[in-house]
Design a protein around this ligand. Sequence first.
Ligand code: ZN
Length: 238
Amino acid sequence: MKCKLCGKERPLRQSHIIPEFAFSPLYDEKHRFNEISLDVKRRNRFKQKGVRERLLCGQCEQFFSKYEQYASTVISRYRKSLEFRQVGDLFHLKGFDYNKLKIFALSILWRASVTKLEFFAEINLEHHESIIHQMLLTESPGDESDYPLMLFPMYHHGKIQEDLITTPYVSEIEGHKVYCFLFLGLTWAFIVSNKEKSNRLIECSLSRTGEIIMLPRALEHSPRIVDMAKDMARSGKL
Ligand SMILES: [Zn+2]
């Protein structure tokens, strides 16, 4: 089978879409995790190895894994300091490598669009899929205004909610399409649009200078997540 990234005929690995380290806060002592699905007809299931599909060859898995390792270090470094900030403050994340973190994030967005897994059904990048594919192959993350990435620390009762992964969904900011993923206690919001972005949007996005200003949000004030929780409660998933 052809690898989705390099296009070569090679044995394919069971690839993660959202990287495995993001699932670690969700694993119970038996090393299973609870997949939360928006589809009320499907019961939640315990899975052993995250959400995976045969997508990439071993070499391309390795290629992405170096970015995942970097992101994992950055996130864990900031995790503790985030916990102690006041809700309502803006968070300032500084000192990261823009190229590495942006490529990591774009690789998740792209994988979510390429996969056939039902969990990522809402993510369809259309013609942006091949553009991002090229950016990944050439390790060129572009500028702040190319697929800007905003991060929102997600709080519930004053604590960052790391043990929650929900189905990615499509939203809108200032008339731009936004693809949102929730994992590692953050909403990762990608602006996918050809239209000019406002300065305000760019100022709140991952910056080439290696910093980002993040606006914390309470889970209960995120309509989409509240709806998900209500649906799940109705169908007996919670
Ligand atoms: Zn490959």
